[in-house]
Design a protein around this ligand. Structure first.
Ligand code: DGL
Length: 276
């Protein structure tokens, strides 16, 4: 299977885009809803949670995992790729979503971009670092949006509070970067607020969504890595696991994934016990 992992529901927006481009493969999604949001947590905690999630998905039969969470990609991906994988599961792969998003910004030759993300992603400066290598001329303005993930995660993306916060965060970003070409929604929960971002942003600013970019990047990766691709199941199966309550996950997942899902609960205790 191809594994997808996020702190909660957000990664479903990325998996949905991947499934659209690569429908033939088998997918397993893991949402760590019981411990979401990750955005304000320490790097150490996020690294631990990410390793637990990756370990879980590999034990369940994934050959390749997409960490479909900017926060986990920023705080944990390098350590997972460099330290954990070669020691524990050589031959399997873990990909993130920051690099393909930064490559897309570089490819589009924007002069000035805004990055709207969780506190953890902004504090890590991962986008600043990637873009300083891939597109040294682009000016990068970053805005932490700590209030949005809890709203989305609790099914309140349509509340007036969400509109107020999106407008407030955009104002703060634009006051520092007045002539932005584009804003990247660098949190997988934000596509659910995509219409609000479009409504509140100046019309000249393009709002970039990561799902399609990551899906095309994954397609390209599989083309270049037949040694991974040939091990993937091709029965178009989709499975969903949440560390939270399955009924809550099923209720909200449709908004992120675009169709109803039948998830099952696997507790944090069970996941942690795989490590011991
Ligand atoms: N969806 C995640 C991201 O892309 C993070 C949400 C959170 O848990 O704070 O960063």
């Amino acid at each position: 299977m191809i594994g997808f992992f996020d702190s909660g529901f957000g990664g479903l927006t990325i998996m949905r885009a991947a499934v659209r481009v690569l429908p033939e493969y088998d997918y397993l999604y893991l949402g760590d809803n019981a411990r979401a949001p990750y955005g304000g947590r320490s790097s150490k905690e996020i690294l631990r949670f990410t390793i637990e999630a990756v370990e879980y998905l590999f034990s369940a039969g994934c050959m390749l995992i997409v960490v479909a969470c900017n926060t986990a990609s920023a705080e944990a991906l390098r350590r997972v790729q460099q330290d954990y994988l070669p020691r524990r599961v050589p031959g399997r792969r873990v990909l993130g979503i920051v690099r393909p998003s930064a490559e897309e910004i570089a490819r589009r030759r924007f002069r000035s971009v805004g990055i709207m993300a969780t506190e953890g992603v902004v504090a890590s400066n991962i986008y600043g670092e990637e873009l300083s290598v891939l597109a040294p001329c682009v000016k990068v303005f970053q805005q932490a949006c700590p209030g949005l993930v809890p709203l989305v995660e609790s099914g309140r993306a349509g509340d007036p509070e969400a509109e107020r916060l999106v407008a407030e965060y955009l104002d703060m970003l634009i006051s520092r970067g007045p002539s932005l070409d584009a804003v990247l929604l660098a949190c997988t929960h934000f596509p659910l607020l995509g219409d609000l971002f479009k409504k509140e942003a100046p019309p000249s600013v393009e709002i970039l969504d990561q799902g399609a970019v990551v899906a095309v990047g994954l397609q390209d990766y599989l083309r270049r890595h037949p040694e991974i691709e040939r091990h993937l199941g091709r029965q178009s199966r989709r499975s969903f696991v949440t560390t939270g309550a399955a009924c809550h996950f099923n209720d909200l997942a449709r908004r992120f994934y675009g169709e109803s899902v039948e998830s099952r609960h696997d507790g944090i205790g069970e996941i942690v016990s795989l490590l011991s």
